[in-house]
Design a binder for this molecule. Structure first.
Ligand code: ARG
Length: 462
């Protein structure tokens, strides 16, 4: 028995789709998430159709009431979703027809699913930009709490994951506050650019009805209608910009996650993750695994993946709409969900972790971390050119290494065999506390600088 044709567009079809056709064509399995946006878009459209005299006020009112019923049915889970009706747009409209009859058929005047889906998805992505901003602000606050507590805790700073120079814990935390601030500005920037309305572009060419696109744009919180109807239905830059911003943000998250994995290891013991954010091993009783950090580190894969997938869907598509573009949603939903989850987990993990300051300090003092301070002292006090000071310091490091001690453990006599001008005062700069305290240049690691930055961020994040 052949299925009957689609009631929404099947006028010219004698038979319904093959079951596999229906399966590949339907998006209702995931685009049902757009129901609130779809209904908001339809309400704005119906109100505009009435205001411009394209439909009667009575019909607009029936549509409005009906849409509210549909929304509440969806919210309570009673809504009869149908795969045969393909997507959220036709599911909503078909249900509206069941509820209110003939006026439902007038809703689609001067509109197409092409501008409808463009507006729905844009509203959804815009909302995700706002949620990302909120989640990032919460994460920044967690980091700021750590920075404030440990503005003067000394730890090793690394390059190449080799001990480089002592830095402060607060400074390291604030580096991430800066990164997440740039992420926020990227989402905000993308949001600003996406905030124009495609509604009223209709299928692709605009419409002969006297619609008011500014009115629907205003109702949906857009700045203005998009100026080119072809672009309006063909554009998915907004989702790509969201995914690109999400990818960079996830990259930042994964760097922090990686540091937490390293720092919480028995070899480093820089931080202790709280019980709430650790897991045990079913066989090794001593284990405390940083699973949340590892999962955050891994999430970047699917977020990058979504970005690349949608870029690939869009590349080479002729204007305007092609059904390829239906593949924009699932990956974007997944990327957004996982980004929000990763941000929330990182926020909790950072807030609850404890820095092991004694270990941080001991590690800061090892690995000849104050060698640069020694070289700077030779320049400042003895007037050596930096290159020569670097060379002298290198010899002193080699000497300490041969003796199996750190730089402050060398005697003055030892040092003078390398350069006879070296004086007792050199020992003042070899301690890690003095080292960090001296780095007062703007943006430097000195506790005084860190405290100033903490004060700045407290003001910004208030
Ligand atoms: N479900 C479709 C999508 O997500 C809606 C637009 C369909 N438009 C069309 N002309 N078939 O892209």
């Amino acid at each position: 028995m052949t299925k009957s044709a689609n009631t929404m567009w099947g006028g010219r079809f004698a038979a319904g789709p093959d079951a596999i056709m229906e399966a590949i064509n339907a998006s209702i399995g995931y685009d049902r998430r757009l129901a609130p946006q779809d209904i908001a878009g339809s309400r704005a459209h119906a109100a505009m159709l009435a205001a411009t005299g394209i439909i009667t006020d009575t019909d607009a009112e029936a549509i409005r009431e009906g849409l509210l019923t549909v929304l509440s049915e969806i919210e309570t889970g009673e809504f009869p979703f149908s795969t045969a009706l393909e997507d959220i747009h036709m599911n909503v409209e078909a249900r509206l027809r069941d509820l209110i009859g003939e006026p439902a058929g007038r809703l689609h005047t001067a509109r197409s699913r092409n501008d409808q889906v463009a507006v729905d998805f844009r509203l959804w992505v815009r909302d995700q930009c706002d949620q990302a901003d909120e989640a990032l602000a919460a994460l920044q606050k967690s980091l700021l709490g750590q920075a404030e507590a440990g503005a003067d805790w000394v730890m090793p700073g690394f390059t190449h994951l080799q001990t480089a120079q002592p830095v402060t814990w607060g400074h390291h935390m604030l580096a991430y506050v800066e990164m997440f601030a740039r992420d926020r500005s990227r989402f905000a920037d993308a949001r600003k650019r996406m905030n124009t309305s495609p509604l009223g572009a209709a299928a692709l060419a605009g419409t002969s009805f006297p619609i008011d696109r500014q009115m629907t744009a205003d109702a949906l919180g857009f700045d203005r209608p998009m100026s080119n109807s072809l672009d309006a239905v063909a554009d998915r830059d907004f989702a790509l910009e969201f995914l690109a911003s999400a990818s960079i943000c996830a990259m930042h998250l994964s760097r922090l996650a990686e540091e937490l994995v390293i720092w919480s290891s028995a070899q480093f013991r820089f931080v202790k993750m709280s019980d709430k954010w650790s897991t045990g091993s079913s066989i090794m009783p001593q284990k405390r695994n940083p699973d949340a950090a590892e999962l955050i580190r891994a999430k970047i894969g699917r977020i990058f993946g979504a970005n690349v997938a949608l870029m690939t869907v869009m590349k080479g598509l002729p204007l305007t709409y092609s059904k390829d573009m239906q593949e924009d949603k699932e990956q974007t939903f997944d990327a957004a969900d996982n980004l929000m989850l990763a941000l929330a987990a990182m926020t909790g993990m950072v807030a609850d972790m404890t820095a092991e300051h004694d270990n941080l300090k001991a590690a800061a003092a090892s690995g000849f971390s104050t060698a640069t301070d020694l070289a700077d002292w030779l320049v400042r006090e003895l007037g050596l050119p930096f290159r020569e000071a670097h060379h002298v310091t290198g010899s002193l490091v080699a000497m300490a290494e041969a003796k199996g001690c750190d730089l402050p453990d060398l005697t003055l006599e030892d040092m003078q065999t390398v350069h006879d001008g070296i004086l007792e005062g050199v020992f003042d700069v070899l301690g890690v506390e003095n080292s960090v305290a001296s780095r007062t240049s703007f943006g430097g690691t000195a506790p005084s600088q860190v405290r100033a930055q903490v004060a700045h961020w407290k003001e910004v994040l208030k």
